[in-house]
Design a protein around this ligand. Sequence first.
Ligand code: AMP
Ligand code: MG
Length: 309
Amino acid sequence: MGTVITERVYGDNAEAVTEKILNRMHEIEDNLSINIRTSSISQMNSGSKGSIYSEEVIKILETAKRYSALSNGAFDVTIGPLVKEWGVFTEHPRVPAKQRIDELLGLVDYKSIDINKKENTAKLTKAGQLVDLGGIAKGYAADEAVNVCIQNDVKSAYINLGGNVSVLGSKPDGSPWKIGLQNPRGLEGEYIGILNIANKTVVTSGDYERYFVKDGIRYHHIIDPKTGYPSKSDLISSTIVTDKSIEADALSTATFVLGLEKSKRLISGLQGVEAVFVTKDKKVYVTDNLKKYFTFKDESGEYTYVEKG
Ligand code: AMP
Ligand code: MG
């Protein structure tokens, strides 16, 4: 998944469990990665019609479609052709010609992922379409890491998969885990606040995570499926706090694209989903139910915590 995993697992069998988690992570990667030729997703992307996939793949594709519909297409895993064209993850990222972007936009349409749940088959209906699970796979993997812990009677664990954090229980001393929220314009590890949580997941999408600069313009890795360009909403980071990391991952990407007002509305309609939004003008918004778990602690002095609103 092109990322680093940090595991803190407590208990008598902790060491063995960390190994099991790593094995499970490799399994998931082999199944989902677009960089592994034999993965189910690569198979689907190469135009294979009606192949049978594991329940895991079908479940993730269904979840992806559900959040695409919920976000009115702001989240869309068929964004693949555009991610590839921009090449933000390659050594030679580039700004594609507008005409090329418009051409590829015709391939972005989550509705054309054709899933047959009974048979466990799935296919892409338009030639040239590509699924890219980059916006949801880490969340799924984090959930699975937590599941490995639960299955092995672990009561306390912290999993960080490239910024997707999931915690099981509280810290071994009974106090909540403290999760720092990255300052989107600071150095890595510089925070603007702390979340004190137990049994939750915290997932952030931001324009600082992956980008390149060309002619003084920052081009980041989250594409607005409506324009084909890196999303230009008023948010520079969007953090979701909830129970399932796969949901948090899809929603963090979706809300980042949607922008502050639409995202506030979307989140307020979802049970048990909370958020921290940081806007371009460096204002920090926290949903009401999350406020008591959030400590505003901006080391840079540049951000304003908007406590009401
Ligand atoms: P995240 O860091 O979870 O917000 O996911 C960003 C990654 O998801 C990108 O690196 C792309 O691989 C993919 N992606 C980019 N834009 C979108 C989008 N609008 N919907 C779904 N996935 C996307
Ligand atoms: Mg995401």
